[in-house]
Write a new protein. Structure first.
Lengths: 157, 301
Protein backbone atom coordinates (compact mmCIF):
# COMPACT_ATOMS: atom_id res chain seq x y z
CA UNK A 1 0.00 0.00 0.00
CA UNK A 2 2.72 2.47 1.02
CA UNK A 3 4.64 1.84 -2.20
CA UNK A 4 1.58 2.30 -4.34
CA UNK A 5 0.79 5.63 -2.86
CA UNK A 6 4.34 6.89 -3.49
CA UNK A 7 4.01 6.07 -7.18
CA UNK A 8 0.81 8.04 -7.64
CA UNK A 9 1.22 11.07 -9.89
CA UNK A 10 -1.86 12.69 -8.42
CA UNK A 11 -1.74 12.30 -4.68
CA UNK A 12 -4.21 10.10 -2.86
CA UNK A 13 -7.22 11.49 -1.07
CA UNK A 14 -8.52 10.34 2.25
CA UNK A 15 -12.21 10.61 1.44
CA UNK A 16 -14.02 11.56 -1.73
CA UNK A 17 -14.40 10.58 -5.37
CA UNK A 18 -11.80 9.63 -7.95
CA UNK A 19 -12.73 9.88 -11.62
CA UNK A 20 -10.26 7.75 -13.52
CA UNK A 21 -9.74 6.78 -17.18
CA UNK A 22 -10.93 10.08 -18.59
CA UNK A 23 -9.57 10.68 -22.12
CA UNK A 24 -7.02 13.48 -21.71
CA UNK A 25 -8.59 15.76 -24.28
CA UNK A 26 -11.91 15.53 -22.42
CA UNK A 27 -10.57 16.51 -19.01
CA UNK A 28 -11.73 20.11 -19.04
CA UNK A 29 -15.11 19.18 -20.44
CA UNK A 30 -15.60 16.83 -17.51
CA UNK A 31 -14.54 19.59 -15.11
CA UNK A 32 -17.05 21.89 -16.77
CA UNK A 33 -19.92 19.39 -16.79
CA UNK A 34 -19.44 18.60 -13.10
CA UNK A 35 -19.11 22.31 -12.39
CA UNK A 36 -15.84 21.74 -10.52
CA UNK A 37 -14.72 25.29 -11.23
CA UNK A 38 -17.26 26.35 -8.61
CA UNK A 39 -16.52 23.49 -6.23
CA UNK A 40 -15.18 24.64 -2.82
CA UNK A 41 -13.60 21.24 -2.06
CA UNK A 42 -10.01 20.28 -2.77
CA UNK A 43 -9.79 19.20 -6.40
CA UNK A 44 -6.62 17.70 -7.85
CA UNK A 45 -6.20 16.47 -11.38
CA UNK A 46 -3.60 15.20 -13.79
CA UNK A 47 -3.58 14.92 -17.51
CA UNK A 48 -1.60 12.97 -20.11
CA UNK A 49 -0.81 10.22 -17.62
CA UNK A 50 0.23 6.88 -19.07
CA UNK A 51 -2.62 4.46 -19.40
CA UNK A 52 -2.66 0.88 -20.67
CA UNK A 53 -6.28 1.32 -21.70
CA UNK A 54 -6.31 4.73 -23.33
CA UNK A 55 -2.63 5.51 -24.04
CA UNK A 56 -2.96 8.83 -22.29
CA UNK A 57 -5.54 9.47 -19.64
CA UNK A 58 -6.63 12.09 -17.19
CA UNK A 59 -7.70 11.68 -13.58
CA UNK A 60 -9.62 13.92 -11.20
CA UNK A 61 -9.80 13.58 -7.43
CA UNK A 62 -12.36 15.50 -5.44
CA UNK A 63 -12.02 15.39 -1.69
CA UNK A 64 -15.00 14.95 0.60
CA UNK A 65 -17.52 14.92 -2.15
CA UNK A 66 -19.74 12.13 -3.46
CA UNK A 67 -21.76 12.62 -6.61
CA UNK A 68 -25.32 11.53 -7.19
CA UNK A 69 -25.78 9.03 -10.03
CA UNK A 70 -27.67 11.44 -12.28
CA UNK A 71 -24.92 13.99 -11.73
CA UNK A 72 -22.09 11.64 -12.60
CA UNK A 73 -23.92 10.10 -15.54
CA UNK A 74 -23.77 13.43 -17.33
CA UNK A 75 -20.10 12.83 -18.10
CA UNK A 76 -21.10 9.83 -20.22
CA UNK A 77 -21.35 12.41 -22.99
CA UNK A 78 -17.61 12.98 -23.07
CA UNK A 79 -16.03 10.14 -21.09
CA UNK A 80 -18.28 7.09 -21.25
CA UNK A 81 -15.45 4.72 -20.24
CA UNK A 82 -14.50 6.68 -17.10
CA UNK A 83 -14.30 4.75 -13.83
CA UNK A 84 -15.67 6.21 -10.66
CA UNK A 85 -14.08 5.16 -7.38
CA UNK A 86 -15.55 6.10 -4.02
CA UNK A 87 -12.79 6.58 -1.47
CA UNK A 88 -13.17 6.29 2.26
CA UNK A 89 -10.15 6.38 4.53
CA UNK A 90 -7.75 6.03 1.53
CA UNK A 91 -9.48 2.83 0.41
CA UNK A 92 -11.71 2.24 -2.58
CA UNK A 93 -15.00 1.23 -1.02
CA UNK A 94 -17.15 1.29 -4.13
CA UNK A 95 -16.66 1.31 -7.90
CA UNK A 96 -19.33 2.79 -10.06
CA UNK A 97 -19.85 2.52 -13.77
CA UNK A 98 -21.29 5.29 -15.83
CA UNK A 99 -24.46 4.71 -17.77
CA UNK A 100 -25.73 6.95 -20.52
CA UNK A 101 -28.78 8.87 -19.32
CA UNK A 102 -31.88 8.62 -21.55
CA UNK A 103 -32.23 12.38 -21.63
CA UNK A 104 -29.80 15.25 -21.25
CA UNK A 105 -30.78 18.81 -20.42
CA UNK A 106 -28.79 21.99 -20.58
CA UNK A 107 -25.26 20.58 -20.94
CA UNK A 108 -24.62 20.27 -24.65
CA UNK A 109 -25.17 22.72 -27.46
CA UNK A 110 -27.31 21.68 -30.43
CA UNK A 111 -25.14 21.55 -33.56
CA UNK A 112 -27.95 22.86 -35.78
CA UNK A 113 -27.27 26.60 -36.23
CA UNK A 114 -30.97 27.18 -37.03
CA UNK A 115 -32.20 25.50 -33.84
CA UNK A 116 -34.29 27.70 -31.54
CA UNK A 117 -31.94 26.86 -28.63
CA UNK A 118 -29.09 28.68 -30.39
CA UNK A 119 -31.11 31.89 -30.77
CA UNK A 120 -33.37 32.27 -27.77
CA UNK A 121 -32.94 31.64 -24.05
CA UNK A 122 -34.19 28.04 -24.28
CA UNK A 123 -32.48 25.26 -22.34
CA UNK A 124 -31.25 22.50 -24.66
CA UNK A 125 -32.78 19.05 -24.30
CA UNK A 126 -31.77 15.84 -26.03
CA UNK A 127 -32.67 12.19 -26.10
CA UNK A 128 -29.57 10.01 -26.25
CA UNK A 129 -29.26 7.49 -29.06
CA UNK A 130 -26.51 4.86 -29.08
CA UNK A 131 -25.72 3.53 -32.56
CA UNK A 132 -23.00 0.87 -32.84
CA UNK A 133 -21.55 1.98 -29.52
CA UNK A 134 -21.48 5.57 -30.73
CA UNK A 135 -23.42 8.21 -28.81
CA UNK A 136 -25.62 10.73 -30.60
CA UNK A 137 -27.98 13.36 -29.25
CA UNK A 138 -31.42 13.88 -30.77
CA UNK A 139 -32.62 17.44 -30.20
CA UNK A 140 -36.04 17.59 -28.55
CA UNK A 141 -36.80 20.84 -30.38
CA UNK A 142 -35.38 20.82 -33.91
CA UNK A 143 -35.26 16.98 -34.18
CA UNK A 144 -31.71 17.05 -35.58
CA UNK A 145 -28.85 14.81 -34.45
CA UNK A 146 -25.74 16.13 -32.73
CA UNK A 147 -22.74 13.82 -32.85
CA UNK A 148 -20.99 13.34 -29.50
CA UNK A 149 -17.64 13.75 -31.32
CA UNK A 150 -18.53 17.30 -32.24
CA UNK A 151 -20.08 18.09 -28.92
CA UNK A 152 -19.79 21.59 -27.53
CA UNK A 153 -20.36 21.81 -23.81
CA UNK A 154 -22.26 24.88 -22.71
CA UNK A 155 -20.44 27.03 -20.18
CA UNK A 156 -21.99 27.12 -16.75
CA UNK A 157 -23.34 30.44 -15.54
CA UNK B 1 -50.34 20.68 -21.52
CA UNK B 2 -53.05 20.65 -24.22
CA UNK B 3 -52.51 18.44 -27.25
CA UNK B 4 -50.66 20.21 -30.06
CA UNK B 5 -49.62 19.26 -33.58
CA UNK B 6 -45.93 20.03 -33.98
CA UNK B 7 -44.50 17.06 -35.83
CA UNK B 8 -46.19 14.33 -37.83
CA UNK B 9 -44.87 11.93 -35.15
CA UNK B 10 -47.23 13.54 -32.64
CA UNK B 11 -50.18 11.75 -34.26
CA UNK B 12 -50.62 8.00 -34.14
CA UNK B 13 -51.74 6.11 -37.23
CA UNK B 14 -55.30 6.07 -35.83
CA UNK B 15 -55.25 9.81 -35.22
CA UNK B 16 -53.99 10.41 -38.77
CA UNK B 17 -56.83 8.31 -40.18
CA UNK B 18 -59.31 10.11 -37.93
CA UNK B 19 -58.16 13.53 -39.20
CA UNK B 20 -58.57 12.32 -42.79
CA UNK B 21 -62.12 11.14 -42.05
CA UNK B 22 -63.06 14.43 -40.42
CA UNK B 23 -61.53 16.35 -43.36
CA UNK B 24 -63.71 14.34 -45.73
CA UNK B 25 -66.75 15.37 -43.71
CA UNK B 26 -65.72 19.01 -44.03
CA UNK B 27 -65.19 18.66 -47.75
CA UNK B 28 -68.74 17.35 -48.10
CA UNK B 29 -70.08 20.19 -45.96
CA UNK B 30 -67.72 23.13 -46.18
CA UNK B 31 -69.37 25.48 -43.73
CA UNK B 32 -69.87 24.13 -40.23
CA UNK B 33 -69.69 26.99 -37.73
CA UNK B 34 -69.01 24.77 -34.73
CA UNK B 35 -66.34 27.14 -33.37
CA UNK B 36 -68.49 30.27 -33.38
CA UNK B 37 -67.28 31.39 -29.95
CA UNK B 38 -63.59 30.66 -30.56
CA UNK B 39 -60.64 32.83 -31.51
CA UNK B 40 -57.73 31.46 -33.55
CA UNK B 41 -54.34 33.22 -33.68
CA UNK B 42 -52.23 32.92 -36.81
CA UNK B 43 -48.72 34.04 -35.88
CA UNK B 44 -46.57 34.14 -38.99
CA UNK B 45 -43.06 35.18 -37.98
CA UNK B 46 -42.08 34.70 -41.60
CA UNK B 47 -44.41 35.22 -44.55
CA UNK B 48 -46.24 32.29 -46.14
CA UNK B 49 -49.28 33.50 -47.99
CA UNK B 50 -50.60 30.12 -49.08
CA UNK B 51 -50.41 28.42 -45.69
CA UNK B 52 -51.74 31.42 -43.80
CA UNK B 53 -54.72 31.94 -46.09
CA UNK B 54 -55.50 28.24 -45.93
CA UNK B 55 -55.50 28.21 -42.12
CA UNK B 56 -57.43 31.46 -41.86
CA UNK B 57 -60.06 30.29 -44.31
CA UNK B 58 -60.33 27.02 -42.40
CA UNK B 59 -60.88 28.94 -39.15
CA UNK B 60 -63.45 31.23 -40.78
CA UNK B 61 -65.38 28.32 -42.26
CA UNK B 62 -65.57 26.83 -38.77
CA UNK B 63 -67.11 30.10 -37.58
CA UNK B 64 -64.09 31.12 -35.48
CA UNK B 65 -62.58 34.58 -35.50
CA UNK B 66 -58.95 35.12 -36.45
CA UNK B 67 -56.29 37.45 -35.08
CA UNK B 68 -52.59 37.50 -35.90
CA UNK B 69 -49.86 38.87 -38.10
CA UNK B 70 -48.36 37.86 -41.42
CA UNK B 71 -44.86 39.19 -40.89
CA UNK B 72 -42.94 39.74 -37.66
CA UNK B 73 -41.52 43.00 -39.03
CA UNK B 74 -44.02 45.36 -37.41
CA UNK B 75 -44.62 43.50 -34.14
CA UNK B 76 -42.94 43.54 -30.73
CA UNK B 77 -40.68 40.76 -32.02
CA UNK B 78 -38.71 43.44 -33.86
CA UNK B 79 -38.24 45.15 -30.48
CA UNK B 80 -36.50 42.02 -29.25
CA UNK B 81 -39.35 40.26 -27.47
CA UNK B 82 -38.62 36.57 -26.95
CA UNK B 83 -40.80 33.92 -28.54
CA UNK B 84 -41.74 32.79 -25.04
CA UNK B 85 -43.20 36.16 -24.12
CA UNK B 86 -45.11 36.50 -27.39
CA UNK B 87 -46.63 33.03 -26.98
CA UNK B 88 -47.44 33.57 -23.28
CA UNK B 89 -49.26 36.76 -24.13
CA UNK B 90 -51.17 35.44 -27.12
CA UNK B 91 -52.20 32.22 -25.38
CA UNK B 92 -54.02 34.35 -22.83
CA UNK B 93 -56.10 35.84 -25.62
CA UNK B 94 -57.02 32.95 -27.89
CA UNK B 95 -58.18 29.33 -27.95
CA UNK B 96 -55.59 27.93 -30.37
CA UNK B 97 -52.38 29.18 -32.01
CA UNK B 98 -51.22 28.51 -35.57
CA UNK B 99 -47.57 29.42 -35.89
CA UNK B 100 -44.95 29.67 -38.63
CA UNK B 101 -41.41 30.56 -37.55
CA UNK B 102 -38.04 30.46 -39.33
CA UNK B 103 -36.20 28.75 -36.45
CA UNK B 104 -36.26 24.97 -36.18
CA UNK B 105 -37.78 23.65 -32.96
CA UNK B 106 -39.59 26.95 -32.33
CA UNK B 107 -43.00 25.30 -32.60
CA UNK B 108 -42.17 22.55 -30.09
CA UNK B 109 -40.90 25.19 -27.70
CA UNK B 110 -44.01 27.33 -28.21
CA UNK B 111 -46.26 24.35 -27.46
CA UNK B 112 -44.48 23.87 -24.13
CA UNK B 113 -44.88 27.50 -23.19
CA UNK B 114 -48.47 27.98 -24.39
CA UNK B 115 -51.57 27.19 -22.36
CA UNK B 116 -53.56 26.44 -25.55
CA UNK B 117 -52.92 24.00 -28.42
CA UNK B 118 -50.32 25.01 -31.00
CA UNK B 119 -50.36 23.96 -34.65
CA UNK B 120 -46.99 24.09 -36.37
CA UNK B 121 -47.42 25.73 -39.76
CA UNK B 122 -43.72 25.26 -40.52
CA UNK B 123 -40.62 25.69 -38.33
CA UNK B 124 -37.72 26.37 -40.67
CA UNK B 125 -36.69 23.27 -42.58
CA UNK B 126 -37.95 20.99 -39.81
CA UNK B 127 -41.66 20.09 -39.83
CA UNK B 128 -44.86 21.17 -41.54
CA UNK B 129 -47.33 18.50 -40.43
CA UNK B 130 -50.51 20.00 -41.92
CA UNK B 131 -48.85 19.73 -45.34
CA UNK B 132 -48.14 16.06 -44.69
CA UNK B 133 -51.71 15.39 -43.61
CA UNK B 134 -53.13 17.11 -46.69
CA UNK B 135 -50.75 15.07 -48.86
CA UNK B 136 -52.05 11.89 -47.23
CA UNK B 137 -55.64 13.06 -47.67
CA UNK B 138 -55.02 13.72 -51.34
CA UNK B 139 -53.32 10.38 -51.91
CA UNK B 140 -56.26 8.62 -50.28
CA UNK B 141 -58.76 10.68 -52.26
CA UNK B 142 -57.12 9.93 -55.61
CA UNK B 143 -56.26 6.27 -55.04
CA UNK B 144 -59.12 5.22 -52.79
CA UNK B 145 -56.63 3.89 -50.24
CA UNK B 146 -53.34 4.60 -48.50
CA UNK B 147 -51.96 1.08 -48.42
CA UNK B 148 -49.55 -0.31 -51.03
CA UNK B 149 -49.12 2.87 -53.06
CA UNK B 150 -46.22 3.41 -55.48
CA UNK B 151 -44.82 6.89 -54.92
CA UNK B 152 -42.20 8.61 -57.03
CA UNK B 153 -40.69 11.63 -55.26
CA UNK B 154 -38.97 14.08 -57.58
CA UNK B 155 -36.70 17.08 -57.13
CA UNK B 156 -35.04 18.33 -53.98
CA UNK B 157 -35.09 15.25 -51.79
CA UNK B 158 -32.18 16.43 -49.67
CA UNK B 159 -33.60 19.57 -48.10
CA UNK B 160 -37.30 19.18 -48.89
CA UNK B 161 -39.06 18.78 -45.56
CA UNK B 162 -42.37 17.87 -47.23
CA UNK B 163 -40.88 14.73 -48.79
CA UNK B 164 -39.20 13.71 -45.53
CA UNK B 165 -42.37 14.06 -43.48
CA UNK B 166 -44.48 12.36 -46.14
CA UNK B 167 -42.02 9.48 -46.30
CA UNK B 168 -42.27 9.01 -42.54
CA UNK B 169 -46.05 9.26 -42.48
CA UNK B 170 -46.46 6.85 -45.42
CA UNK B 171 -44.28 4.31 -43.64
CA UNK B 172 -47.44 3.26 -41.76
CA UNK B 173 -49.00 2.06 -45.04
CA UNK B 174 -46.47 -0.24 -46.83
CA UNK B 175 -45.63 2.00 -49.78
CA UNK B 176 -43.01 1.50 -52.51
CA UNK B 177 -40.79 4.50 -53.24
CA UNK B 178 -38.85 5.79 -56.18
CA UNK B 179 -36.54 8.73 -55.51
CA UNK B 180 -35.75 10.88 -58.53
CA UNK B 181 -33.14 13.52 -57.78
CA UNK B 182 -29.86 14.94 -59.06
CA UNK B 183 -26.81 13.67 -57.18
CA UNK B 184 -26.54 16.94 -55.22
CA UNK B 185 -30.07 16.60 -53.86
CA UNK B 186 -30.44 12.88 -53.19
CA UNK B 187 -32.54 11.48 -50.34
CA UNK B 188 -30.35 11.56 -47.20
CA UNK B 189 -29.03 8.23 -45.94
CA UNK B 190 -30.85 8.48 -42.59
CA UNK B 191 -34.23 8.33 -44.35
CA UNK B 192 -33.14 5.41 -46.52
CA UNK B 193 -31.94 3.62 -43.37
CA UNK B 194 -35.32 4.33 -41.80
CA UNK B 195 -37.10 2.69 -44.75
CA UNK B 196 -34.76 -0.29 -44.65
CA UNK B 197 -35.44 -0.75 -40.95
CA UNK B 198 -39.17 -0.82 -41.73
CA UNK B 199 -38.74 -3.20 -44.65
CA UNK B 200 -40.03 -0.65 -47.17
CA UNK B 201 -38.50 -0.96 -50.67
CA UNK B 202 -37.11 2.02 -52.61
CA UNK B 203 -35.12 2.67 -55.74
CA UNK B 204 -33.16 5.71 -56.82
CA UNK B 205 -32.70 7.36 -60.18
CA UNK B 206 -31.46 10.64 -61.60
CA UNK B 207 -33.73 10.46 -64.67
CA UNK B 208 -37.21 11.94 -64.46
CA UNK B 209 -38.37 9.93 -67.50
CA UNK B 210 -37.47 6.64 -65.82
CA UNK B 211 -40.12 6.54 -63.09
CA UNK B 212 -43.15 8.09 -64.78
CA UNK B 213 -44.92 4.95 -66.03
CA UNK B 214 -44.90 2.75 -62.96
CA UNK B 215 -46.14 4.98 -60.19
CA UNK B 216 -49.49 5.91 -58.63
CA UNK B 217 -48.33 9.23 -57.22
CA UNK B 218 -45.78 11.56 -58.76
CA UNK B 219 -44.76 13.90 -55.96
CA UNK B 220 -42.93 16.84 -57.52
CA UNK B 221 -40.96 19.44 -55.55
CA UNK B 222 -39.16 22.60 -56.47
CA UNK B 223 -35.44 22.47 -57.19
CA UNK B 224 -34.21 25.72 -55.69
CA UNK B 225 -31.26 27.56 -57.13
CA UNK B 226 -29.90 28.53 -53.71
CA UNK B 227 -29.29 24.83 -52.88
CA UNK B 228 -26.52 24.61 -55.48
CA UNK B 229 -22.93 25.65 -54.92
CA UNK B 230 -22.30 25.50 -58.65
CA UNK B 231 -24.71 27.61 -60.67
CA UNK B 232 -23.89 25.67 -63.86
CA UNK B 233 -25.05 22.48 -62.17
CA UNK B 234 -28.36 24.14 -61.36
CA UNK B 235 -28.87 25.27 -64.95
CA UNK B 236 -28.25 21.72 -66.12
CA UNK B 237 -30.53 20.09 -63.57
CA UNK B 238 -33.33 22.65 -63.77
CA UNK B 239 -34.30 21.56 -67.26
CA UNK B 240 -33.95 17.83 -66.59
CA UNK B 241 -36.63 18.08 -63.94
CA UNK B 242 -39.19 19.88 -66.00
CA UNK B 243 -42.32 17.81 -66.57
CA UNK B 244 -44.24 18.34 -69.81
CA UNK B 245 -47.53 16.78 -70.88
CA UNK B 246 -46.05 14.66 -73.68
CA UNK B 247 -43.91 12.79 -71.14
CA UNK B 248 -47.05 11.38 -69.52
CA UNK B 249 -48.26 9.25 -72.47
CA UNK B 250 -47.35 5.97 -70.78
CA UNK B 251 -48.44 6.88 -67.25
CA UNK B 252 -50.91 4.75 -65.32
CA UNK B 253 -54.58 5.76 -65.68
CA UNK B 254 -54.85 6.49 -61.95
CA UNK B 255 -51.54 8.35 -61.71
CA UNK B 256 -51.84 11.78 -60.09
CA UNK B 257 -49.25 14.55 -59.87
CA UNK B 258 -48.93 16.32 -56.53
CA UNK B 259 -46.83 19.36 -55.71
CA UNK B 260 -46.73 21.37 -52.46
CA UNK B 261 -46.66 24.59 -54.58
CA UNK B 262 -45.54 27.15 -55.53
CA UNK B 263 -44.24 25.57 -58.71
CA UNK B 264 -41.86 27.41 -60.96
CA UNK B 265 -40.76 25.53 -64.05
CA UNK B 266 -40.77 21.93 -62.80
CA UNK B 267 -44.31 21.39 -64.11
CA UNK B 268 -45.13 22.91 -67.46
CA UNK B 269 -48.50 24.69 -67.84
CA UNK B 270 -49.64 22.13 -70.43
CA UNK B 271 -49.65 19.45 -67.71
CA UNK B 272 -52.45 21.37 -65.96
CA UNK B 273 -54.89 20.23 -68.64
CA UNK B 274 -54.10 16.52 -68.29
CA UNK B 275 -56.12 14.12 -66.13
CA UNK B 276 -53.00 13.58 -64.03
CA UNK B 277 -52.74 17.13 -62.68
CA UNK B 278 -54.03 17.29 -59.12
CA UNK B 279 -51.92 19.95 -57.37
CA UNK B 280 -54.60 22.65 -57.29
CA UNK B 281 -57.12 20.26 -55.81
CA UNK B 282 -54.40 19.21 -53.38
CA UNK B 283 -54.06 22.83 -52.22
CA UNK B 284 -57.84 23.05 -51.80
CA UNK B 285 -57.76 19.89 -49.71
CA UNK B 286 -55.38 21.68 -47.39
CA UNK B 287 -58.26 23.79 -46.17
CA UNK B 288 -60.43 20.79 -45.21
CA UNK B 289 -57.53 19.08 -43.50
CA UNK B 290 -56.72 22.24 -41.53
CA UNK B 291 -60.39 22.54 -40.51
CA UNK B 292 -60.13 18.97 -39.25
CA UNK B 293 -56.89 19.66 -37.33
CA UNK B 294 -58.29 22.76 -35.63
CA UNK B 295 -61.59 21.08 -34.74
CA UNK B 296 -59.84 17.96 -33.45
CA UNK B 297 -57.32 19.80 -31.26
CA UNK B 298 -60.11 21.89 -29.75
CA UNK B 299 -62.00 18.70 -28.93
CA UNK B 300 -64.90 19.22 -31.34
CA UNK B 301 -64.30 16.29 -33.69
Amino acid sequence: MENNIKKLKVSAIENGTVLDHIPSQQLFKVINILDLTNCPNQVTFGSNLDSKLLGKKAIIKVSDRYFADDEINKIALVAPQAKINIIKNFEVVEKRVISVPAEISGIAKCSNPKCITNHQPVQTRFATVVENGHLKLHCHFCEKMTDSDKLIILAKN
Amino acid sequence: MPKSLISIHDFTKDEILHILDVAKEFEANKTQPILRDKVVATLFFEPSTRTRLSFETAANRLGARVIGFSDAGNTSVSKGETLKDTIKMVSNYVDIIVMRHPLEGSARYASEVASVPVINAGDGANQHPSQTLLDLYTIKQTQGRLDNIDINMVGDLKYGRTVHSLLQAMSHFSPKFTFTAPDELKMPQEYKDFLTSKGIPYQETTELTEGLNNTDILYMTRVQQERFTDIMEYEKVKNCYSLIASMLAGARENMKILHPLPRVNEISQDVDETKHAYYFKQAENGMYVRMAIIAYLLGYK
